[in-house]
Write a protein that binds this ligand. Structure first.
Ligand SMILES: [Zn+2]
Ligand SMILES: [Zn+2]
Length: 176
């Protein structure tokens, strides 16, 4: 595989990983099953690690396997480029999400560009909700405009208030 084709595959893998991370975050991590690990990330962390870090460990495995297979397993260059793309996404994700947004390592980076400010604020809005339901902005490197997210957050909060009221009326009705 030529360098150019390799770099294209690498870039495509990074982009696909963002889509994959969105789907995983929205429909697996915030599902009843996935919440068992992800909940720790929507709570205050005690100490260095949280159970949610296990997701990163799980997703490092295919990347390691692909790079190993490409270099030593005779799988071909595509495996190395793809594995490197997955690993690179992991590095960007860690730098953006864990270091810049959540401050897990000391840094002095101040988001200045419109795009950078937007993705940081969008992820902070994701954390405005501590429950499994009602969160907004599941992506990391792409986020809708912040105003749209704020409106969606307001709508989902109102829906939850309505649902809670509905549930309490239901309960009082059954009691009667
Ligand atoms: Zn989440
Ligand atoms: Zn987060």
């Amino acid at each position: 595989m030529s360098w150019l084709a390799g770099m294209m595959l690498f870039t495509a893998t990074v982009l696909v990983m963002e889509g994959f991370a969105y789907v995983l975050h929205r429909w697996v991590m915030h599902s009843r099953l996935g919440w068992a690990w992800h909940e720790s990330h929507h709570r205050e962390r005690e100490g260095w690690f949280e159970r949610n870090d296990l997701y990163a460990v799980v997703f490092a495995l295919p990347s390691i396997l692909l790079i190993w297979g490409g270099l030593n397993g005779g799988w071909g260059d595509w495996a190395t480029w793809t594995g490197a793309g997955v690993a690179f996404y992991g590095v960007i994700y860690f730098g953006f999400h864990d270091v810049i947004v959540h401050g897990r390592l000391p840094h002095r980076i101040v988001p200045r560009s419109t795009y950078f400010k937007r993705i940081v604020q969008a992820h902070k809005l994701h954390h405005a909700v501590e429950s499994r339901d009602g969160a907004v902005s599941y992506g990391f490197l792409y986020a809708p405009p912040v105003d749209a997210l704020k409106q969606a957050l307001k709508r989902s909060a109102e829906a939850r208030v309505r649902a809670a009221k509905g549930a309490s009326t239901d309960r009082s009705e059954t009691r009667v």
